[in-house]
Design a protein around this ligand. Sequence first.
Ligand code: MF3
Ligand code: CO
Ligand code: CO
Length: 251
Amino acid sequence: MKESTKESFEKTRIAGSIAAGALDEVSNIIKPGITTDEIDKICYEYINDHGAYSAPLFYRGFPKSCCTSPNHVVCHGIPSDKILKEGDILNVDVTAYKDGWHGDTSRMFEVGKISVKAKKLIDTTYESMMKGIKILKEGIQLGDIGHAIQKHVEAQGFSVVQDFCGHGIGQSFHEEPTILHYGKMRTGKKIKAGMIFTIEPMINLGDYQTKVLNDGWTAVTKDKSLSAQFEHTVGITKDGYEIFTHSQKFS
Ligand code: MF3
Ligand code: CO
Ligand code: CO
């Protein structure tokens, strides 16, 4: 492994484990009656206590330390005094910045008992992310990742959001390449050992189309159908990959 790759992997591993740890903390407090601001506070404090910064805070004017995206919110929901209620599904997305490097991850949380349909959407979204990850190694093409995700999602009758994508990550929060969660096999750039990027499919129960609300951030499904998302930060090796944002609690 190149010396520079070794350093970038080591540092991303640390930032990634802090981000994953923040989500583990969040999992302890999720229940009907809490607000998304309480989740934001947990993320802010956990990340700070681990000697890192929350990358979303003040990123392009974003006002909080994490994104909280319930139900039909696709991504970039802003924590607020909104109270979570039984049956809600919620994505929490955190990014830790530590020692010059970023780790970016998100997970779905279930508030109390959720519907069978919502559970199926969450499971399919997680499986699709893992299908995109499991094929990773030097030499595959970006379209192979999108294809693996899209095929799994559409077989269940759900749709892949096209307006937001995964991204290279490292010393900056968002960099090249753009990782589409849909696509065709054997198309797109070849991936190389040493690359670090996110895979973060957003999957809708209904139509794939989204719109951004007047706050300039909150993206929702146009048809108001439920949306789910998972995200890992991964590094590419000659014969595989490493997930930098694995959780101690959640597999
Ligand atoms: N964490 C998001 C991502 O996965 C980006 C959030 S940017 C913010 O890329 F400003 F909304 F926080
Ligand atoms: Co990301
Ligand atoms: Co993220």
